[in-house]
Design a protein around this ligand. Structure first.
Ligand code: FES
Length: 519
């Protein structure tokens, strides 16, 4: 089961029903999520329930695997892999591994010299098997990040690592297990052995890289929020316990700060933001929104705490982007029309649906400029609180509190964007490209981004979605050794702005929470 809040009893996403509940005190955690009838019927939060004897439990319907975005935009680059097979006159091959040139007899087949590019996300892991000689992506597999059982976001995992004995090792084991499974499955599917995997590249945020390397991420969880290390990390694949050749190194793309990690430098590389001819804004929206502004000379970045709302968390009927989640929505006078992922019956609303709902509520005047729910046939009052009803039968709705969560995310992201523009001295109208990257971005419509006020309206025509650029960047570094120098130079040249420390930032943040495009 997933435990988005890390088992602190605050998210309510681990509900189970005990078949023989017995007496149980209705503590405040239970009351927050269940009524008296449900408690008597055996409903509990799994994370807080102590099991003392054999029990039978009913699990809620499982959300099936999320729509994991595994492909992303990739600029053109020269094919020159780090692990390069050089054919000798005798027909054998030498494998050059950076400074250590190892002579290895590898099978004389183009598909036998392979590498794996990995996007190690907080929520999902994507691994691509690549033929290093041919420069061809052979296959891609993905899975949810096994660390999810210890918390949904990086903050809860840092907390887990810091407050549990052996916490860092437990989280490291969880992710290594995922990587082993993915690599073994890729090899099995293509009749390869671990000896065929000569090179691995990983793009991930700073917390994930710390945990992969078994380095405590604790220092990133408290002021001044510094990582234990920065820049490139090169690890031995075998030492990590991965099923790879003894010569395989694991190259982790460099991070800029605790909050702008190798997944973002990978995205900058993949989208070619180092191109001096274009002024580009790169946004990766998630629990933390990372934003980079490139004007051809500078890279300026910031990270904003968008909160978990856009990932469907902390929202009354919020779910992750998986089968049955409402992903788009349209208000037609007095009815709501929506579509769900996979066309399944609706089981909640995910981040893209949430933004679409807010954009539609604003368009139809159901909420005012300040985000306040107004009187409307689709707004009902239940237990003294207003709700915007999306589907009465399925009991899916949004509350005023849910709308405030979206406003907090909007305030964080928009204020970050305006701060970067001001710092670099560029007007919003001077940008040539706005790149929206990441899992969440791939499900978004420009209408929702503009209509909800998350992005300024003048950008409608220049927004492009680049998908999983974290994996694209890892792939480029796998297939092109010179591009590693490029990404390392990018990481060194990115200025990082700490928003909270800027004078007047709070005022800008509050202004950006309003549904007013001219904020
Ligand atoms: S309430 Fe149990 S995992 Fe969050």
């Amino acid at each position: 089961m997933e435990a988005p809040c890390g088992g602190t009893g605050t998210c309510g996403k681990c509900k189970v029903r005990l078949q023989s509940p017995g007496a149980h005190p209705a503590d405040e955690n239970l009351i927050a999520f269940f009524n008296a009838e449900q408690i008597a019927d055996g409903w509990r939060l799994a994370c807080l329930y102590k099991v003392n004897t054999d029990i039978y439990v009913d699990l809620p319907p499982q959300s099936s695997v999320s729509n994991i975005v595994s492909q992303g935009y990739m600029k053109n680059f020269v094919h020159a892999p780090y692990a390069r097979k050089v054919l000798n006159t005798g027909g054998n091959a030498d494998l050059h591994l950076g400074n250590n040139i190892e002579a290895v007899n590898v099978a004389n087949s183009t598909a036998s010299c392979c590498g794996v590019a990995i996007d190690l996300g907080t929520t999902t892991v994507v691994a691509s098997l690549v033929d290093l000689n041919g420069g061809r992506e052979i296959d891609t597999l993905s899975c949810p990040n096994g660390q999810k059982a210890f918390g949904q976001d990086v903050i809860t995992r840092i907390h887990y690592a810091g407050t549990n004995s052996g916490g860092t090792e437990i989280l490291q084991k969880a992710i290594i297990k995922d990587l082993r499974n993915l690599l073994n499955a890729l090899c099995r599917r293509h009749n390869l052995t671990m000896d065929n995997i000569y090179d691995v590249t990983v793009a991930a945020n700073a917390t994930m890289i710390h945990l992969l390397a078994g380095i405590s991420p604790e220092s990133m969880g408290k002021s001044p929020y510094m990582p234990a290390f920065q820049g490139v990390l090169s690890l031995s694949g075998l030492d990590l316990g991965l099923p790879v050749s003894p010569y395989c190194r694991v190259y982790c793309l460099p991070a800029v700060s605790s909050f702008v990690g190798g997944d973002i430098t990978a995205g900058i590389l993949a989208c070619g933001l180092e191109d001096p001819s274009e002024k580009t804004l790169f946004i990766d929206i998630g629990t933390n929104g990372e934003i980079v502004l490139a004007d051809g000379e500078h890279f300026c970045s910031c990270s904003c705490a968008a909160g978990p709302a856009l990932e469907g968390m902390n929202i009354s009927c919020g779910v992750q982007a998986a089968q049955g989640a409402i992903e788009d929505l349209f208000i037609d006078e007095h009815t709501v029309q929506y579509t769900t992922i996979g066309g399944e019956p609706a089981n909640g609303i995910c981040g893209s649906g949430l933004l679409a709902a807010v954009a539609e509520m604003r368009r139809t005047g159901i909420i005012d400029k300040s985000g306040r729910l107004l009187s409307h046939s689709l707004v009902k009052t239940v237990a003294g609180k207003k709700r915007f009803i999306i589907d009465d039968k399925q009991n899916i709705y949004l509350t005023q509190q849910d709308i405030r969560q979206v406003q907090l995310a909007k305030g964080a992201i928009l204020s970050g964007i305006y701060t970067l523009l001001k710092t670099v001295g560029i007007k919003a109208t001077e940008l040539q490209r706005v790149v929206v990257a990441g899992q969440f971005g791939a499900h978004l419509k420009a209408d929702s981004l503009i209509g909800s006020g998350l992005l300024p309206p003048e950008w409608e025509e220049i927004i492009s979605y680049t998908g999983n650029t974290s994996k694209s960047g890892a792939l480029i570094c796998l297939l092109s050794y010179p591009e590693r120098t490029v990404v390392e130079a990018i990481a060194k040249n990115i200025e990082y702005i700490e928003l909270a420390q800027l004078e007047g930032y709070e005022t800008l943040f509050v202004k950006c929470m309003q549904f007013d495009p001219s904020a």
